[in-house]
Write a protein that binds this ligand. Structure first.
Ligand code: PEP
Ligand code: MG
Length: 599
């Protein structure tokens, strides 16, 4: 599907991970992970300052190269130092510098972006060269580009403003990158990798932004500024849409916004099933842009705050006062129902280049992640615990320990927290009570749930990771998305076992993975005994509606049947059949788990 000059319409299929349709323009986010580069729109007065910033980066890079050349000449001899001459020549190339500055001035964008555009063009020319030696010189261009970008990163970007109609296109977006962008202005997201529970997907749903992931090689074909339709209802993106496609997309867009503008039915009333069982619905939040939804959709406080989103891409750890202010703000948003803050769940797919000593772990999902990171970096844990206890003097604040697999980790964390409580008292600082919970998201925690329940004040069931770790399926890898089976009996048994252990110990459980936000699964969860669900605020209305239409007793019957099943296929088929009989209007076939492996 090559990109043609005539701008023929091109379609890519992926997995829709949120709802809605968007019409906008591609904004490519380069190099998933640590070196994402954004196109930042500048205000006119910022342009000349930006050019000066670029020139300063060139001067710095030049000084570095001269020093390197000298060192190479000394240690390796002059004949090896010539390579730096090539780099210096490029760096001093008038045409290259003029091109970069011209883009900054004419397009009013940041230098990083302009460098990338110019060097991408150069690289494309080199790609076409037949001569092997010359073609290989493209690595010099990459090298100099990297040097310039690093030099530029020494200063902060002028702002994070994005253009109005930006549809983010990336191979992969790190959560920390997402946290840095002004998401209020992002129209849609399209990424080459990712799955339903990847963090890009979770955030996009939280903000109500159409998102399609798992597009494989879309990023390579899209260019910033290309017209794009992101259709998260059909799991499709359309590059260079024809006038007819655009018209059809806009028609669906206005239908969707009319539906969204309709006043919600009695959002503040408690959520109840048809047979009167109350189910408490809380909000999951990551970014301030989502805070408004907590009240708007009638959430009973914040059931999960993913605190790692307080860290920015450059890995700057907020200090105690900054964290304390952030948690107080969270309490203000949450109101009297309070908020549950999860300790930094760093590592795995969430590190985003942040301060991890583990470096490039061979298996990050099984590495120095979450509670392990907190215990390794006790200074980080102590600061966060102090900030949380101080903020708790202003309202009801709980903390939850991520990725618990061994009760010893709970005890160690609690000991550190208590030490800091005593220290705060000695310092005369005001604190409030903080309940400590455990995330149940690995099979080990579910297996020892009865004993774990005696050591904590509540459970948070993280079904995203529970499915990932129980089934050994990477939640963000679209290649194995077919094996990510939420209704797998092993997953359901772990959930049932954890809920029962909490009930027996008299502690509450909040289910806060994406399962809770999906109406059909939410009903199964209620059938398994869940009475408290936490989800992106925008998901609350549809879950509330689904629960109001079902009977908890009947849901229990279906859930019991699923627990007896041998395979995920069997459980899904059972759900399709039983939901279809019991609640056909509420759950039309397209809302039920699709057939995956049965032919
Ligand atoms: C989960 O694992 O289900 C969860 C709620 O945490 P996260 O998605 O942030 O890993
Ligand atoms: Mg998790």
């Amino acid at each position: 599907m090559s990109r043609k000059k005539g701008r023929r319409e091109e379609r890519w299929r992926g997995a829709a991970v949120s709802d809605g349709v968007a019409v906008g323009r591609v904004l490519r986010i380069h190099g998933g992970g640590r070196h994402n580069i954004y196109r930042v729109a500048l205000e006119p007065p910022e342009v000349e300052r930006e050019v000066r910033r670029y020139r300063a980066a060139v001067r710095l890079s030049r000084r570095q190269l001269l020093a390197l050349k000298k060192r190479a000449a000394r240690t390796l001899g002059d004949e090896h130092a010539y390579i730096f001459d090539a780099h210096l020549l490029m760096l001093e190339d008038r045409k290259l510098n003029e091109d970069v500055e011209q883009i900054v001035r004419h397009q009013r964008v940041n230098s990083e972006w302009a460098v990338k555009v110019v060097t991408d063009r150069l690289l494309a020319v080199y790609d076409e060269i037949k001569d092997d030696y010359l073609r290989e010189r493209s690595s010099d261009i990459e090298d100099v580009t990297q040097r310039l970008l690093v030099a530029l990163s020494g200063e902060s970007l002028p702002s994070r403003r994005l253009t109005e109609d930006a549809c983010l296109v990336a191979e992969e977006l790190m959560p920390s990158t997402i946290a840095e962008l002004d998401f209020a202005r992002v129209k849609a997201v399209a990424t080459d990798v990712g799955g339903w529970t990847s963090h890009t997907a979770i955030i996009a749903r939280g903000l109500g932004i159409p998102a399609v992931v798992g597009l494989r090689d879309f990023y390579r074909h899209a260019r910033t500024g290309d017209a794009l339709v992101v259709d998260a209802q059909r799991g499709e993106v359309i590059l260079h849409p024809s006038p007819e496609t655009l018209e059809a997309a806009r028609a669906r867009l206005s239908l969707a916004s009319a539906a969204a503008a309709r006043p919600a039915e009695d959002e503040r009333a408690p959520s109840r099933t048809a047979d009167g069982v109350e189910i408490t619905l809380h909000a999951n939040v990551e970014l301030p842009a989502e805070y408004g939804g907590v009240r708007r959709y009638g959430a009973r406080g914040i059931g999960l705050f993913r605190s790692e989103f307080l860290l920015t891409q450059r890995g700057v750890m907020p200090d105690e006062d900054e964290q304390c202010a952030a948690y107080e703000e969270l309490l203000r948003v949450a109101g009297e129902d309070g908020a549950t803050v999860r300790l930094f769940d760093l590592g795995g797919d969430k590190s985003g280049g942040v301060m991890l000593e583990a470096g490039d772990e061979r298996n990050p999902a099984l590495g120095l992640r979450a509670i392990r990171f907190c215990l390794r970096r006790e200074d980080v844990l102590r600061t966060q615990a102090r900030a949380l206890m101080r903020a708790a003097s202003k309202g009801r604040l709980d903390l939850v320990l991520p990725m618990i697999s061994d009760i010893t980790d709970v005890r160690r964390a609690r000991r550190v927290i208590e030490e800091e409580r005593s220290r705060l008292a000695e310092e005369g600082k005001q604190t409030g009570p903080v309940r400590v919970g455990a995330m149940i998201e690995v099979p080990a925690a579910a297996l020892v749930a009865d004993r774990l329940a005696r050591e904590v004040d509540f459970f948070s069931l993280g079904t995203n990771d529970l499915v990932q770790y129980t089934l050994a399926v990477d939640r963000a890898n679209d290649e194995v998305a077919d094996w990510f089976r939420t209704l797998h009996p092993a997953v359901l048994q772990s959930i049932a076992r954890s809920l029962e252990a909490a009930r027996a110990a008299g502690i509450p459980t909040v289910v806060c993975g994406e399962m809770a936000a999906t109406p059909v699964y939410a009903v199964v969860l209620v059938g398994l005994g869940a009475r408290s669900l936490s989800m992106a605020p925008s998901s609350i209305p549809r879950v509330r509606r689904a629960l109001a239409g079902v009977s908890a007793a009947e849901a229990e019957g279906v859930a019991r049947g699923c627990l007896e099943c041998a395979t995920a296929d069997d459980a899904e088929e059972l759900v399709r059949a039983r939901f279809g009989e019991l609640w056909p209007d509420l759950f039309p076939p397209q809302t039920l788990p699709p057939l995956k492996t049965k032919g």
